[in-house]
Design a protein around this ligand. Structure first.
Ligand SMILES: [Cu+2]
Length: 288
């Protein structure tokens, strides 16, 4: 039996009880902020999570670090602040728009999607086109996704596009998707460095055809390595209306769900064990 059911269902049970995933993520965040640089083994509590330990044992792990972290987690929970992060804001050039003005608002706070067969992998849980505006962009224009909290789970960031058959607002993302950008790790001296930051910038490809698209960004968090752990997808979709494209593109396309598998080397990678190279999941990014 996989731990997914245990960890993730407690995240979404709405009781406010501190869950495994929640605690391990908060501890991970705190350790990252106060104790860590670069790639290191996961904090003990994250390892524990995958050793079939019942969650009620976590608060009793006998170190001061854990005591402080759990206290901090409890304080965050009491304030209704969720762990994790969400891409909530779009910018075009130097203009930054309001959170969820052009990005579909999800209903799972900033929690991840972990089910590889779910339609929620397209644009996140509860993210609807109705109520979301669509913004005009020029092919070649620079855009930025900004998060509520900078990405703090190691793993790649990828950006995808899918052309709507009609309007972006009416599109469910069931068509073909192509990738335009990967932000992967760099390796140096046996250490991997991930591009973990608060915003990600790229350009609308100049060779796509004009029309309305879903512009999707994904952080694939692999800090709890498969198969003991479960990788997490943090996803948001913006709605854009592209003009000025040449239409000469010939992308490699995938469907979502379906694009990501339990056998993908970038999904099964263990960043804590002999981690020398990495292949980001999904198709090759479009080149114009
Ligand atoms: Cu998290």
């Amino acid at each position: 039996m996989r731990l997914q059911a245990v960890g993730e269902s407690t995240v979404h049970d709405g009781t406010g009880f501190l869950s495994y995933v929640f605690i391990s993520d908060v501890i991970s965040l705190l350790l990252t902020k106060f104790f860590r640089t670069g790639t290191q083994p996961p904090p003990r509590s994250e390892t524990k999570r995958h050793a079939n330990q019942p969650s009620f044992l976590l608060p009793f792990l006998p170190t001061m670090k854990n005591f402080v972290s759990v206290a901090a987690a409890a304080a965050l929970a009491a304030n209704g602040v969720s762990a994790h992060y969400i891409f909530q804001q779009l910018s075009l050039g130097s203009t930054t728009y309001a959170p969820f003005e052009y990005i579909r608002q999800n209903t799972n706070y900033n929690s991840p999607v972990t089910d590889l067969t779910s339609n929620d992998l397209r644009c996140n849980v509860g993210a609807q086109g109705s109520g979301t505006q669509t913004v005009a962009v020029k092919a070649g224009q620079e855009f930025t996704f900004t998060l509520d909290t900078p990405v703090y789970h190691q793993g790649p960031i990828s950006i995808y596009l899918s052309k709507a058959p009609g309007t972006a607002g009416n599109y469910d993302g069931s068509g073909e998707w192509f990738k335009i950008k990967d932000f992967g790790p760099s390796f140096s001296g046996g250490q991997a460095t991930w591009p973990m930051t608060g915003s990600y910038t790229y350009q609308i490809p100049s060779c796509i055809e004009n029309g309305e698209y879903l512009l999707r960004i994904q952080s694939l968090a692999i800090h709890n390595p498969w198969p003991a752990g479960i990788p997490q997808f943090y996803i948001s979709c913006a709605q854009i209306n592209v003009s000025g494209g040449s239409g000469s593109y010939n992308p490699q396309t995938v469907r979502i769900p379906g694009a990501f598998k339990e056998t993908d080397p970038g999904y099964t990678a263990n960043i804590y064990s002999n981690f020398q190279s990495y292949t980001v999941p999904g198709p090759a990014p479009l080149t114009c």
